[in-house]
Write a protein that binds this ligand. Structure first.
Ligand code: NDP
Length: 249
């Protein structure tokens, strides 16, 4: 397939829904071979079919990225199939928002394990391959919540703040090896992310907030990601903050 990303290989975590799904479709349309990682195999297989029908190349590898062994399998299988990894989109994440007092701490563990540790595991696993290639691009999906703390969002804030700090440290560590690192920080996006909130009060508040404005669509965020990964090699777009026009916070 032709396109700005022809010949490139991209892993997208959380590719079975929302921003990850839209990003996979968009990168494949630009010619990248996309590797789709998430837990729901039926959704991944349907997406492989959709991308293939459009003339693209996609491979699904069922992966729970909180499990380091599964992450190593994802990276090894990708390398075995396509021989390289040019782009990693660290997208999988959950936002189990709610106040700190009275929280179910298993929500905190799930967020830290996925939003932070999962992202670290995948990054750690691809780095030796990108270094050996002498080129690579890691895009970490953070959030407005990685820059602006709000009541009722504390632990999600902490994970996304962590993603931002980690990303800048990583950028400094690998920039001389021609590995680029980009943070993308969306505001409200119309996805299934709210469905997973366990605190009913926080869930209702979150749904009301979403209904009060016209949110971003996943494709809007995918377009921002494509912008970052299609720049010339000497250009590293470090950070993209993208809010719905009507989002005040
Ligand atoms: P969705 O809930 O729509 O999709 C989340 C994706 O993550 C799914 O594909 C899910 O797949 C995957 N996922 C969940 N757990 C795991 C796991 N253990 N291992 C592998 N994959 C997993 O969310 P969004 O698209 O909205 O969110 C994507 C990213 O964008 C997240 O990092 C989120 O924090 C961030 N973001 C979202 C915003 C929004 O308003 N929607 C705003 C700002 C940032 P499966 O269940 O099949 O494993």
């Amino acid at each position: 397939m032709t396109g700005k990303l022809a010949g490139k290989v991209a892993i997208i975590t959380g590719a079975s829904a929302g921003i990850g799904e839209a990003t996979a479709i968009t990168l494949a349309a630009e010619g990248a071979k996309v590797v789709l990682a998430a837990r729901r195999s039926d959704r991944l297989d349907a997406l492989v079919q959709r991308i293939s029908n459009a003339g693209g190349t996609a491979l699904s590898i069922v992966t729970d990225i909180t499990d380091e062994t599964q992450v190593q399998n994802l990276v090894q299988k990708t390398n075995a199939e396509f021989g390289r990894i040019d782009i990693l989109i660290n997208n999988a994440g959950i936002a189990l928002v709610g106040t700190i007092d009275g929280a179910n701490t298993s929500d905190w563990q799930r967020m830290v394990n996925l939003n932070l540790l999962g992202l670290l595991y995948v990054t750690h696993a691809v780095l030796p391959i990108m270094k050996a290639q002498g080129v690579g691009h890691i895009v970490n999906i953070s959030s407005v919540a990685g820059r602006t703390a709000r009541v009722g969002v504390g632990v999600y804030n902490a994970t996304k703040w962590g993603v931002n700090g980690f990303s800048e440290s990583l950028r400094q560590e690998v920039c001389k090896q021609n590995i680029r690192v980009t943070i993308v920080e969306p505001g409200l996006v119309n996805t299934e992310i709210n469905d997973h909130i366990t605190d009913p009060v926080a869930k209702q508040r979150s749904e009301e907030r979403r209904k009060s404005i016209t949110p971003l669509e996943s494709e809007d965020v995918a377009a921002a990601i494509v912008y970052a990964v299609t720049q010339p090699q000497h250009v590293n777009v470090n950070e993209i903050l993208i809010r719905p026009t009507q989002q005040e916070w």
